[in-house]
Design a protein around this ligand. Sequence first.
Ligand code: CUA
Length: 355
Amino acid sequence: MMKGLKKWRLFSLLAVMTVFLSACGEEYISTLTPAGPVGREQLNILLLATAIMTLVVVVVSVIYLLAFVKFRRAKVGENHMPKQVEGSHTLEVIWTVIPIILLLILAVPTLTATYKFADVAAMDEVDEDGNKTALTVNVTAKLYWWEFEYPEQGIVTAQELVVPTDEKVYFNLIAADVKHSFWIPSVGGKMDTNVENINKFYLEFDKESEGLKDGVFYGKCAELCGPSHALMDFKVKTLDRASFDTWVAAMQATEGATADANSTDAGEAAFANSCLMCHAVSGSGAAGAPGPNLATFGDRNRVAGFMKHDVENTTEWIMDPEEYKPGNLMTGMYKVSPEEAEAIAEYLMTLSVEK
Ligand code: CUA
């Protein structure tokens, strides 16, 4: 009976682990399937560290087991006195030098990579016309959403980062309220977003996201920041350079777009009355709005970063954001009827620069 119970426990543990580990290896979110040189090098360091640790564990275990078997009292006799090695010069040197060598093997590539990833000198480089040569995105983390500003292009978006493939994209990272952390598991990171200083680094995306499961890479907040930390997700769309330029132009073309309180579209009118003071519907402009920019809402992959992207979920979210993302700052900011919420949701779905 006891034996059966133990087996059953082991089986349950394995079953639970299968569920937890089932997302491992998915290329839209896994550090184990890197989609860029930064992620690849980070994975290599991880593998190197794991290999060194495994080597140490195996060697120590083997020596332990050998000693265990070889020097049993039954085998060597009651009165056996082993050779005394206390203060042995040779042994002291061996077990001091081996760890030093192992640490050096780990430290050299780790430090080299750390300094390389922090090299953002190219951020300030300009061409003959004085234009910046590298793409820079200013990331602001807020409770519980992400703002992405492209200062050179004069555009701003939220929740879905759009970047070109096969070039270094530079990031200025900052937080508006508390400490968060910017992480795109399969591409690289993570890097803290602090309130008091800007952290800089770069990433390189070498795969277009279109073929992935949801057509996007997943990004996460990797620093416990409040009750909805686990829901502070964002998505990353990677495009070839030409498609990226098209997207930027479409974003710039939304300049001046706004919602009309006298519109015949009930959703637009309700939006203008209840939402427009915090949420812009033009993607042209600078960062710093109280709420996420909604110019690309219809192009997005998720509602509030994690819910299926449809009118129903958007309506539910507008009606009761606290229910879905506890502690978010939209709670209690406005009052709309269920009919208005649905009309607003339908209007939001029409906001698009890709359709
Ligand atoms: Cu923001 Cu966790």
